[in-house]
Structure formats: structure tokens, C-alpha cells
Design a protein around this ligand. Structure first.
Ligand SMILES: N[C@@H](CCC[C@H](N)C(=O)O)C(=O)O
Length: 277
């Protein structure tokens, strides 16, 4: 099977176009090819499919084989694949995802593609829809949570997939390698969770590191960057537009007046090849 390898802010993906040929088990494929020693190496697998509700459909599988509802860095790579490989001749189109129908748009400067801007839809804040339990059905904003024997404060946001946003004073002192998995599997999150640890640099610059559900530490998380902005605005920490500075690059996000999140950032093809399935 032919594949292309992509990265957006260092969050990397194997992309396969399955419009002509579906695989029997995408989860098993993702587990196998994501392995950095025995496979191609990636944070997940993106699958291009036809849709009867939108122009295209994207599915995303984590390195552990689980399927996620959405992937922010992934949808930018997905959009550039469609444009660069001539699948579409349009710069703006609709993509069906597990988080609904989203709209990426190719960004150009003097004609050259510089990135992708995505209408990421509206954040979901109702606790039972994130889902997170134990905080009623209202919003879980700046609420206490116990993880790894310590008391933390977090804001729960769904961008189609669940996020737990934790603001800290000193990001460098947070042992994410040790505690990330304990946040992911905290019993209050019935579908597990992605966790963003965030240090506010100023009202338009937020430094974020992530532990991703089903994939562990990655260099960036697009949906997580949107959840971070929402949590920062709701807790009075930032303006409604900010740069989210990740280990692998920077995303510019805006929570606009229409309640939609708009995320802008890079998407780069790294190499292509053929893999046995
Ligand atoms: N890296 C992604 C998110 C991928 C899915 C996530 N691990 C989950 O299980 O929800 C992004 O850029 O949003």
C-alpha cells in the first residue's frame, strides 16, 4: 500500500488513501506502522475516505490502535495531501470527522502555500458531553482533580475528543513522562483523556506540552491547542486569539465571535513509500 508521511508542528502521521481500497483493520495497521523501531514511525495514522456528507472523510488512529474522533494537526496534513496530490483543485473544502464536518482552507502567501487554516467548530463544555464525571452537567472549569497523589486544577473541553487542560507556573518542572498516563486514565474521564500542561507567558502566548490519549507525549496537539485557548479565555488568562507554543512549533488560534475555533499552522510532507499490509 502506498503511503505518505506528514508532520504538523512535529506531530507526525502516516497517511493512506483508502478511497479505492479499504483495509480490514485500521487499528492493527496503525499499531504496526506507528512503531518507531519496527515500523515507519508516527504518532498516528490518517485515513482518506469518500464521504456522503462532506467532500471527504478523515479517520484517525492512535499508535495504540484506538480510533480518535478528531486530530487538529492531522486535518491540516490531510488537507495538504488532497491539494498537493491533485485529489482536489480547491483551496477550501469540507471534511467529515468524528467531531462533525470541519472546514480546512489552504493558506497562501504570494501564491505559495504557507500552511492551513481550519474551522475547528465549536468547543463542547458540558461536562457530561466531554465526557468527565463528578462535576454535574455544567462546565468543569478550573475544578479540582487528584492525580498521582497530588491535587491539580483542570478545565475539561471537548473538541470532538476529550481534553483536560492544566495551568502550571513552571512547565519545565512537570514530570509529564511519569504523570501523563495517570491523567489519561483518571477514572473521571470515561473515554480517557488528552492532557495539556500549559504555562501562560503573556495574554497572547501560551506554552503547552501534551500527553495524548493513545499515543503518549507528542510534540504538538492541534485539538489540544484549541482546548488550551478555550480554557485560558474561560479562566481569564488570555485574549481570544493567541499563539500556542508547542515542543514542535507554533499554532495561531482564535476563538471567534461565532464561537468557532480557527487554528492556523503548518503541514509538511516528509517522505513517501510503500508498505506491505
Ligand atoms: N494529535 C492530535 C490528536 C490525536 C487524537 C488524540 N490522541 C485522541 O485520542 O483524542 C491533534 O493534533 O489534535
Amino acid at each position: 500500500m502506498e503511503f505518505t508521511k506528514w508532520q504538523g508542528c512535529g506531530n507526525d502521521f502516516v497517511l493512506i488513501d483508502c478511497r479505492e481500497r479499504e483495509l480490514a483493520d485500521y487499528g492493527a495497521f496503525a499499531k504496526k506502522v506507528s512503531d518507531r523501531h519496527f515500523g515507519i514511525g508516527a504518532d498516528g495514522v490518517l485515513v482518506v475516505l469518500d464521504s456522503n456528507r462532506a467532500d471527504y472523510r478523515m479517520r484517525i488512529f492512535n499508535t495504540d490502535g484506538s480510533e480518535a474522533e478528531m486530530c487538529g494537526n492531522g486535518i491540516r496534513c490531510f488537507a495538504r495531501y488532497l491539494r498537493d496530490h491533485g485529489v482536489t483543485d480547491r483551496d477550501k473544502f469540507t471534511v467529515e470527522t468524528g467531531a462533525g464536518i470541519l472546514v480546512p482552507e489552504i493558506v497562501r502567501q504570494d501564491g505559495a502555500i504557507t500552511g492551513v487554516r481550519v474551522d475547528m467548530g465549536e468547543p463542547v463544555l458540558a461536562a457530561d458531553e466531554v465526557p468527565v464525571t463528578g462535576y454535574g452537567s455544567g462546565r468543569a472549569v478550573d475544578v479540582p482533580i487528584e492525580v498521582a497523589g497530588s491535587d491539580w486544577r483542570m478545565t475539561a473541553v471537548s473538541m470532538g475528543n476529550p481534553h483536560c487542560v492544566v495551568f502550571v507556573d513552571d512547565l519545565a518542572s512537570v514530570p509529564i513522562e511519569r504523570i501523563g498516563h495517570l491523567f489519561e486514565t483518571q477514572a473521571r474521564f470515561p473515554k480517557k483523556t488528552n492532557t495539556e500542561f500549559v504555562q501562560v507567558l503573556d495574554r497572547t502566548h501560551l506554552r503547552m506540552r501534551v500527553w495524548e490519549r493513545g499515543a503518549a507525549i507528542t510534540l504538538a496537539c492541534g485539538t489540544g491547542s484549541c482546548a488550551t485557548l478555550v480554557a485560558a479565555v474561560l479562566t481569564g488568562r488570555s485574549e481570544r486569539a493567541a499563539d500556542i507554543i508547542l515542543d514542535g512549533g507554533t499554532l495561531h488560534n482564535e476563538w471567534a465571535a461565532d464561537n468557532h475555533l480557527y487554528m492556523t499552522g503548518p503541514a509538511v510532507e516528509v517522505f513517501s513509500g510503500t508498505v506491505e499490509v
